[in-house]
Design a protein around this ligand. Sequence first.
Ligand code: NZQ
Ligand code: ZN
Length: 389
Amino acid sequence: MENFVFQNPTKIIFGKGTETQVGAETKKHADKVLLHYGSGSIKKSGLYDTVVKSLKEAGVEFVELAGVQPNPRLSLVHQGIELCRKEGIKFILAVGGGSVIDSAKAIAVGVPYEGDVWDFYIGKAQVKEALGVGVVLTIPAAGSESSPSSVITNEDGWYKRGLTTDHIFPRFAILNPEFTYTLPNYQTACGAADIMAHIMERYFTNTKDVELTDRLCEATMKTLINNVPKALVNPTDYAVRAEIMWTGTVAHNNLLGTGREEDWASHAIEHEISGIYDIAHGAGLAIVFPAWMQYVYKNDVARFAQFASRVWDVDYNFFNPEETALKGIQKLKEFFSSIGLPVSLREAGIDDSRLEEMADKCTGSDTYTVGSFVKLNKKAVYDILTLAK
Ligand code: NZQ
Ligand code: ZN
């Protein structure tokens, strides 16, 4: 196990009816906020009305900025920054999914910064301060509700890039699983693939002696695999939705990565796909992850065989661990297919005309590698995308 520091400051408020606490919770941080949300799902579900009522009751003034799109855009972030400056706003309340939260975080770092907020996403500047962000979560997926990260798409060149800084951990996150009942099955499935990916990015490591976090990862993955198919059949099963929602947060609040090197190559590759083709991040991961596994599994066959036997209940063939390892990869692929996700670029309607371009963008024209389980250069990323065809 490696040395580590673990601190996750986000206060999680979980369960039925918790959305009514949003006003009082927000009031602890600000008297006036930017209420930031997406394209209307919160209005249909009634969450918007509850949030507005709660803010008013607590005496919190608000200005609204709606219209965050999945794969949130830099142009709306710029609008949000201007609005906060004009209105003297110091706190942002994000009501929605990862895209809304990430857009809120981008606005939060952009307001006090004199240059272009994009500088932070391309490593041209370091964040020194940020406005506070609070969250009411509506989809278990990105884990942004308690992560120090934000992923934004710059329409100028369709670059999708991430920023990680302790300044953007949300102050609080309210999670009521009942508000996930309205998710279309496809969004539930995309969320599940993202959650699974967040665990696997940590699970496939070269760090030795990490039994506790291995087993925590395995338990988290098994919980997800057990509950997601049930949610697709019965979307209003509270018990099932609660398991998935808490799994989504635990998968990405960094507990599972303590003491171990993490990978993140599949995420880097996927961001090129959703950056260009604007598909859901989770769908892109369902395509990339099995291909990445096929490419790298020989680096540690025993770890992949452990994944197969402990997570997918594949019989461990001690005479041929490679066979066990390959069965695990196949099981993962079958799981993604069974919940309605594409597992190849073709199934997502993407042809092979821009593989080279994606591999190039992903590795800064082959000037750096991605991943740490196996370090991938441009050729390796291209080969993985080819396996994903
Ligand atoms: O815009 P609305 O109308 O709200 O509709 C959304 C959106 O169309 C809809 N939705 C959300 N909750 C709903 C609902 N529809 C019905 N009922 C509900 N309860 O779902 C659609 C997708 O929402 P989005 O916020 O895009 O989903 P997700 O949470 O998966 O976020 C994806 C983004 O997060 C980034 C991804 O790259 C992607 O841009 N990520 C952020 C991370 C982070 N900040 O730590 C880490 C992740 O790895 C990821 O990269
Ligand atoms: Zn993700």
